[in-house]
Design a protein around this ligand. Structure first.
Ligand code: COA
Ligand code: AMP
Length: 635
């Protein structure tokens, strides 16, 4: 390997931090601007930083029109591969531009203007991508809600984003069942204080739905006689492109704001430099458009780059088998796959010797990227041994929008240390701090923080809530963004991310809040109080477990307890969504707390995981914890 190239990457990252204006000013040249930025970094109002102030652009133009203009009109932009419906469809850049411009016209005709919000609640169909880009085209702000979320979660997002229009579909298709989306959407709107003016519904033949008063049919609206295409609307670099809600520790989701200019620059830069994907190449990101990974690396980064993106409606296993990804690589000449470690663990479980690789030509594949949760060394080893390509861990969050740390294979591949997403990337000044805010030395664990300002593409604030932005992320240590992850940096500068330091759950790479699960449980009339903890799981990384205390006077027998537990599991499915994967509810006498009433979730989690439990000296009654021990350990 090339040590000079590695040193120049380290130098490049150092330069991006020492002189962000020069570094990102140059990177801004990767994007077509209507008006070039007046200033690269506006740091006049800390802790609020803005990138590319004065610049005007259109992100949809950069993702579609400019490729059509510059010779990629007939290149495939998007391949929709859907084993669950037996469908495959390809869109060239010219075709994708045509449908996006028409759907942008539909939205415009429905009264959606610049800055208005559009909620997109859809399965993995091309129309979801079309809706997102159409919003970008007219300067509207999309807010995509993951299809696996149930009405309460959707309602919370509709209420906060206050969309003019919701775009949805009649159903989603899971391997085991067809999921009717429309009744969930109707219920969410019913629950929300804010009502959209219209819902545009894509009727899918697998399960059509009844249309109500505010509902409009996608196909009818999109008929070429019914709509005139919309042109690109210039927006400020600092205008929001989207709001994506993510889970914090409370039940109220956080609306992560993504600006337009900074995001476009950072993603375009990351695609070739970090992921090593060039214009014209095909790439598969097996996430969902409802998550940040889907926003950034199914939709925006590949299209901004002029690459071909594979939109996969299926699962790594069961659609039809654990060889699906290998088929996709072979059939579409995919150069890199991006998925979650859970997906690889699921494949490994079903096909431990990777026999399903046989018969597939994987010669196009250069790299497997994994993110969304900690990549355990066993999974890394299995994938490396069987695929024979570098398996690259990358660490980031909804808040940052693109990797904080990765192995920059596009510039200089570094030696891989299993368990580490390698080095901080450009613009991220990663520091590990102890509880007093002092930086710790190499190898010592602490809170992983990012020294402000963070690079372009990262969140400038929370949707209409600057105070919560500051209190959630910036108030723990002045001048630093608190990532919420704990870990350390070793003597070579490699970052090791060990897990969340707060109560955020990560189930199969899906980020969920203990608060929303607890709210769903607490809504049951028999529940006095409850706690949800995330315990280790060999497949999903983490799964939730619930501990519930019943109201005084409610004392069911064994059968009654089982029924109650089943009702509580069902409540979480119907309020939060099946994706929460809550299976185990234990009815207990009391929950361990500190004297100030804080439930000791971390201590319970450590006991359940068989780790040494750290019992705070402020515990109110240690016997509660002693009594819970056997339940938590499952003994
Ligand atoms: N719409 C509706 N329901 C959904 C859904 C969606 N978009 N996504 C998941 N669900 C449902 C599933 O049907 C399942 O329901 P069930 O309990 O009735 O079976 C439940 O939510 C849990 O789903 P999932 O997390 O997909 O677990 P699984 O056991 O069905 O599959 C894996 C396990 C590993 C195959 C799957 O979790 C996976 O593909 N993980 C990769 C994760 C990923 O890409 N994360 C993105 C972050 S990068
Ligand atoms: P999300 O915002 O849904 O992308 O989830 C972000 C969280 O997932 C992070 O704060 C981490 O806890 C976890 N995560 C994501 N990628 C990694 C990784 N490569 N290694 C360890 N944890 C990760």
């Amino acid at each position: 390997m090339d040590n000079d190239a590695r040193q120049s990457y380290r130098d490049l990252v150092a330069a991006s931090i020492a002189d962000p204006e020069t570094f990102w000013g140059e990177a801004a040249g990767l994007i077509d601007w209507i008006t070039p930025p007046r200033q690269v970094l506006d740091d006049s109002n800390p802790p609020f930083y803005r990138w590319f102030a004065g610049g005007r652009l259109n992100v949809c133009f950069n993702a579609l029109d400019r490729h059509v203009v510059h010779g990629r009109a007939d290149q495939t932009a998007l391949i929709y591969d859907s084993p669950v419906t037996g469908t495959q469809r390809r869109y060239t850049y010219a075709q994708l531009l045509d449908v996006v411009a028409r759907f942008a016209g539909v939205l415009r005709d429905l009264g959606v203007g610049k800055g208005d919000r559009v909620v997109v609640y859809m399965p993995m169909v091309p129309e979801a991508v079309v809706a997102m880009l159409a919003c970008a085209r007219i300067g509207a702000v999309h807010s995509v809600v993951f299809g696996g979320f149930a009405p309460a979660e959707l309602a919370a997002r509709i209420e906060d984003a206050e969309p003019t229009v919701v775009v949805s579909a009649s159903c989603g298709i899971e391997p085991s069942r067809t999921v009717p989306y429309k009744p969930m959407l109707d219920e969410a709107i019913e629950r929300s204080a804010h009502k959209p003016d219209h819902c545009v519904i894509l009727q899918r033949e697998q399960l059509t739905c009844e249309m109500g008063e505010r509902d409009l049919d996608w196909d009818q609206l999109m008929h070429p006689d019914a709509v005139a295409p919309a042109a690109c609307v210039p927006v400020e670099a600092t205008d929001p492109l989207y709001v994506l809600y993510t889970s914090g520790t409370t039940g109220k989701p956080k609306g992560i704001v993504r600006d337009s200019g900074g995001y476009a620059v950072a993603l375009r830069w990351s695609m070739t430099n970090l992921y090593g994907v060039q214009p014209g190449e095909t790439w598969l990101c097996g996430s969902d458009v409802g998550w940040v990974v889907g926003h950034s690396y199914i939709v925006y980064a590949p299209l901004l780059t002029g690459a071909t993106t594979v939109l996969f409606e299926g699962k790594p296993v069961g659609t039809p088998d654990a060889g699906t990804y290998w088929r996709l690589v072979d059939e579409h000449d995919v150069v890199a796959v991006f998925t979650a470690p859970t997906a690889i663990r699921a494949i490994k479980k079903q096909d431990p010797d990777a026999t399903l690789l046989a018969g597939h030509d994987l010669s196009s594949l250069r790299t497997l990227f994994l993110a969304g949760e900690r990549l355990d060394p066993d999974t890394w080893r299995w994938a490396t041994d069987h695929l024979g390509v570098p398996v690259v861990d990358n660490w980031w969050q909804t808040e940052t929008g693109w990797p904080i740390a990765t192995n920059p294979v596009g510039i200089a591949p570094f030696e891989i240390k299993p368990g580490s997403p390698t080095l901080p990337t450009a613009g991220y000044d990663v520091r590990v701090l102890d509880e007093t805010g002092r930086e710790v030395g190499p190898g010592t664990e602490g809170a992983i923080c990012l020294k402000l300002p963070m690079p372009p593409g990262t969140l400038p604030t929370l949707w209409r809530d600057d105070d919560r932005y500051v209190s959630s992320y910036l108030s723990a240590f002045e001048g630093y963004y608190l990532s919420g992850d704990g870990g350390y940096v070793d003597e070579d500068g490699y970052v090791f991310v060990m897990g969340r330091t707060d109560d955020v759950l990560n189930v199969a790479g899906h980020r969920l809040s203990t608060g929303s699960l607890e709210e769903a449980l607490a809504g049951h009339p028999a529940v006095a109080e409850c706690a949800v903890i995330g315990v280790s799981d060999p497949l999903k990384g983490q799964v939730p477990r619930a501990l519930v205390v019943l109201k005084a006077g409610i004392d069911p027998d064994e059968q009654g307890r089982e029924q109650l537990a089943a009702e509580l599991v069902q409540r979480v499915r119907s309020e939060v969504g099946a994706v929460a994967a809550l299976r185990q509810v234990d009815i207990v006498e009391a929950l361990p707390k500190t004297r100030s009433g804080k439930i000791l979730r971390k201590t319970m989690r450590q006991i359940a995981d068989g780790q040494e439990a750290l019992v705070p000296s402020t515990i109110e009654d240690v016997s509660v914890l002693d009594d819970l021990g056997p339940v938590l350990r499952g003994s």
